[in-house]
Design a protein around this ligand. Structure first.
Ligand SMILES: [Ca+2]
Length: 109
């Protein structure tokens, strides 16, 4: 499922531009600007599946680092600090990766 069928290309561009600088990433604001918060739980699940590149059912740390590339090919890599902060915010059960329920809760919290 292509991300641009779920989210508006303009919103993706706006969101990526807003967090262009290293260590400026804020997942709450990003989810809002990119239009993810406005999606139904079902569509959030499709976004999750697009970001779970190896289809393991989880977004692992190495997938999270490249999460912005899942939104657009020219999205930057997250820094190690951003990746760890994002993971810590999402990983409620402490297994070191993000499951679909955790992702959905993070988007709609
Ligand atoms: Ca995965």
């Amino acid at each position: 499922m292509a991300m641009k069928n779920l989210l508006k290309e303009d919103d993706i561009k706006k969101a990526l531009d807003q967090f262009k600088a290293a260590d400026s990433f804020d997942h709450k604001k990003f989810f809002d600007v990119v239009g993810l918060k406005a999606l139904s739980a079902e569509n959030v699940k499709l976004v999750f599946q697009a970001l779970d590149v190896d289809a393991s059912g989880f977004i692992e740390e190495e997938e999270l680092k490249f999460v912005l590339k899942g939104f657009s090919a020219d999205g930057r890599d997250l820094t190690d600090m951003e990746t760890k902060a994002f993971l810590a915010a999402a990983d409620k059960d402490g297994d070191g990766k993000i499951g679909i329920d955790e992702f959905e809760a993070l988007v709609h919290e």
